[in-house]
Ligand binder design. Structure first.
Ligand code: F6R
Length: 366
């Protein structure tokens, strides 16, 4: 059932070219420039006219929401708030009739997310679900929604569900932006074409597995890790850190790279590995200076870079290449080496990667 892989997690990581393609199947046609997302049809007017969208989720799904915030605000010009379901439900949130809530959940059974949905509905919100498990409680509690079609995710650490969530959220954002007229035809088509090419780019990113395994061996005994990214790669830094801590039990923190100066830089010495997600995008020059800041304090830098980058490999201790894509879609690709890094480190430390201690696949209690 593990398809020849040692763990479900590894199988699910390697399945991503296919699960992302499954997620898009029948929904996009880049050649014709068409996007058809059945799950948001009935309430599409409400989405297009929304004054505000609140995204609620927990854990990895919350990280997918953070990526979506950047894209929705950029191309749909709708203010987005991304909330932990557990905070939202207990803080008397302001929700007005007709506000839109998007709930993201792999399992569809997360207790806090479900309770947050009920609260939002009681205040008149229209709730969309971005859910993997068909027929789950959350899929039934929402007004409408789009399934991930990623197939069952068995490993406790979420991997293919995360990339499928990003794919669905991207399709929703593109569809709203097109209807609102807040995206040019050229950019819409460009993003659609790029999205369609993601499975092949993820497959390419997976080819670094051997190199990542070698790097993992050098860091398996450290006690701390820092993950830094900017822009669309900031949530990826959070996700990389979460993946590492949950399965390897190494303390890891994700930060927006520019926030380093406001505290975490004090942690950096020759024993501190820092993973930079430093692909070529609009914040490239800024992140290059952040790498220099870490190197001048003797931190060990592992950098995720765009294929062909010649500058960062001169500064970083280790570089892992991923194919180029539009910056809004880069998280789909840049998260891949981080999933593999956490997997290999955890295996080398002898942890039970598919069922890490203290964790359950569905968190049905708050
Ligand atoms: C991390 C992980 C958790 C879940 C979180 C939400 O790898 O799996 O952080 O993302 O418990 O679960 P769902 O998406 O099922 O609501």
């Amino acid at each position: 059932e593990k398809g020849g892989y040692e763990h479900f997690m590894l199988k699910e990581i390697f399945e991503q070219p296919r699960s992302i393609a499954d997620c898009m199947r029948g929904r996009i046609n880049a050649t014709e420039g068409r996007l058809m997302l059945g799950g948001i049809r009935n309430y599409s007017g409400a989405l297009t006219n929304a004054q505000r969208i609140v995204i609620i989720a927990c854990g990895t799904s919350w990280h997918a929401g953070l990526v979506a915030e950047y894209l929705f605000e950029d191309i749909c010009r709708i203010p987005i708030e991304v909330e932990y379901a557990s905070e939202f439900r207990y803080r008397n949130p302001v929700i007005r009739e007709g506000d839109i809530v998007i709930a993201i959940s792999q399992s569809g059974e997360t207790a806090d997310t479900l309770a947050a949905i009920e609260l939002a509905k009681s205040k008149g919100a229209i709730v969309f679900g971005v859910v993997n498990t068909v027929g789950s409680s959350i899929s039934r509690a929402t007004h409408e929604g789009a399934y991930l079609h990623a197939g069952p995710e068995i490993g406790v650490a979420s991997t293919k569900a995360f990339t499928a969530q990003l794919t669905v959220l991207t399709m929703i954002a593109l569809s709203v932006a097109q209807q609102k007229g807040t995206i040019s035809d050229v950019k819409f088509r460009e993003l659609l074409v790029e999205l369609e090419s993601i499975p092949k780019k993820v497959a390419k990113a997976l080819e670094s597995d051997g190199k990542i395994k070698e790097i993992s061996a050098l860091f398996k005994d450290v006690h701390n890790f820092l993950y830094l990214g900017r822009g669309y790669n900031f949530p990826v830094a959070l996700e990389g850190a979460l993946k590492l801590k949950e399965i390897s039990y190494i303390h890891a923190e994700g930060y927006p790279a520019a926030e380093m100066k406001h505290g975490p830089i004090a942690l950096i010495d020759e024993n501190m590995p820092v993973v930079f997600i430093a692909t070529r995008d609009s914040s490239y020059d800024k992140i290059v200076s952040n790498i220099q800041e870490v190197k001048s304090r003797k931190g060990k830098v592992i950098a995720i870079v765009t294929e062909g980058d010649v500058l960062i490999p001169k500064m970083a201790d280790f570089t892992i290449e991923v194919p180029a894509t539009h910056e809004a879609l880069m998280p789909l690709v840049s998260v891949i080496p981080l999933q593999l890094l956490s997997y290999h480190i955890a295996v080398m430390r002898g942890s039970n990667v598919d069922q890490p201690r203290n964790l359950a696949k569905s968190v049905t209690v708050e």
